[in-house]
Design a protein around this ligand. Structure first.
Ligand SMILES: Cc1ncc(COP(=O)(O)O)c(C=O)c1O
Length: 417
């Protein structure tokens, strides 16, 4: 019996190791094979269409058919498909990308960019940078890293060690030494009975203080955190969490590393999670939406103080001996440059609070039989907690109709910068 192409593909895919799949347990149907994508939709090899509600792995921010990214890749492929950035060499797209990235993060104190291909590598590089920095400063004891329960920082040896999920450690002989674990601010996983959000934050801060006192601040280099924890359960920090944590870190001269691999480039409503949660990082790592994941690329961004430390270390060692073959890859960089241009053009536009759009929405909601509260630039929804699932559907159906009615009015408005 001749096999169809789809069957052949499925058979071939049994030869791959699929991450996060129990090995050798594929069902008779094999893996789900996605064949194409358009906009926010993807289609499998059986012709089934899905709204991709995860943007892949939290990454394809511009959807699956952004022609400008495709064009940027083709242009660069024709011009210069590869060049390296080692030992005084460079290429134009990687230079432009670093300039753009630093212009976007200068208000957060970032001063230099180090490129790689994945979020894991960016975090690994952050660790190497930190260790090199403290050696250059003559503080070789200051090396331990604090990371949080349920944190996700990737899967390379060091990034997986920072990751606070037991299944990323089991039988991989991880975490390696020098990683200290502290609690995460999850209202779902971490609160104690009867505790308010504020009490939970204060308890986590006290735990952090105790950990630092136990280990000795002189032995601790940095604290790694995602502004919003993703793979650990989409944990949004409660108000005041980062301000209090950072006060402790500052007091003990411990660096703050913001892992913006998921939160970077608009995911939290601002360009970076650091903007949304008032984080002042010493190092930021970015990937995923950096190129809308059309090409693999990541960056470790560092402050001037850190960079100055690296310069000092490299003077001693003769060079800064770290880099990967595809760092600053011209095609990946060109695609990322185009993605950043698109974010800057389409992002950070809000309605002027006095434009009347929310008042108009308030009326439309009522017309559809729903009561909400129009605040200046926000529509508040807070139903009785006895609401059933079916009634939640009813609420959102009515709200959707009201939003549709208001859209025409909103389209005619000038957006505030
Ligand atoms: C916050 C965060 N950091 C790092 C990573 C690792 O990135 P990559 O899978 O590109 O190595 C991820 C991946 O999901 C992530 O969510």
């Amino acid at each position: 019996m001749t096999r169809t192409h789809a069957e052949n593909v499925r058979e071939d895919l049994r030869n791959l190791i699929h991450p996060y799949t129990p090995l050798n347990t594929f069902s008779a149907t094999g893996p789900m094979v996605i064949r194409k994508g358009d906009g926010v939709y993807v289609e499998d090899d059986q012709g089934n269409r899905f709204l991709e509600g995860m943007a892949g792995l939290w990454c394809t921010a511009l959807g699956f058919s952004e022609q400008r990214l495709v064009d940027a890749a083709i242009r660069q492929m024709k011009e210069l498909p590869y060049y390296q950035i080692f030992a005084g060499r460079s290429n134009e797209p990687s230079i432009e990308l670093s300039e753009r990235l630093l212009a976007m993060t200068r208000h957060l104190g970032m001063d230099k960019a180090l490129f790689a291909n994945s979020g894991s590598e960016a975090n690994d590089a952050a660790v190497k940078v930190i260790w090199y920095y403290f050696n250059a400063l003559g503080k070789p004891e200051k090396k331990k890293l604090i990371a949080r329960e349920r944190g996700y920082h990737g899967v390379t040896v060091m990034a997986a060690s920072l990751t606070g999920l037991p299944y990323n450690h089991a039988d991989f002989d991880l975490p390696v030494a020098r990683v200290l674990r502290t609690g995460c601010p999850s209202l779902y996983h971490s609160t104690h009975p009867g505790e308010t959000d504020e009490q939970m934050v204060d308890r986590l801060v006290a735990d952090l203080e105790a950990l630092i006192a136990r280990e000795g601040a002189d032995t601790i280099a940095a604290f790694f955190a995602e502004p919003v924890q993703g793979a650990g359960g989409v944990i949004v920090p409660p108000a005041g969490y980062f301000a209090k944590i950072q006060a402790v870190l500052k007091k003990h001269d411990i660096l703050m590393v913001a892992d913006e691999v998921i939160t970077g480039f608009g995911r939290t409503g601002n360009m970076f999670g650091c903007d949304t949660y008032g984080i002042t990082p010493d190092i930021m790592t970015v990937a995923k939406a950096l190129s809308s994941s059309y090409m693999p690329i990541s960056a470790t961004l560092v402050s001037k103080a850190i960079y100055d430390g690296l310069v000092k270390g490299s003077e001693r060692n003769g060079a800064f001996s770290h880099g990967v073959t595809y760092a600053g890859h011209p095609v990946a960089s060109a695609v990322a440059v185009e993605a950043l241009k698109i974010y800057e053009e389409r992002d950070s536009k809000t309605f002027d609070a006095t434009s009347g759009v929310i008042a108009r929405l308030g009326n439309a909601v009522l017309e559809h039989g729903l009561i909400t509260r129009a605040l200046r630039d926000t529509m508040a929804v807070c139903p009785p907690l006895i609401i059933t699932e079916a009634q939640i559907d009813e609420l959102f159906d009515k709200l959707t109709l009201a939003l549709d009615t208001t859209l025409e009015f909103a389209r005619g408005l000038k957006l505030a910068a």
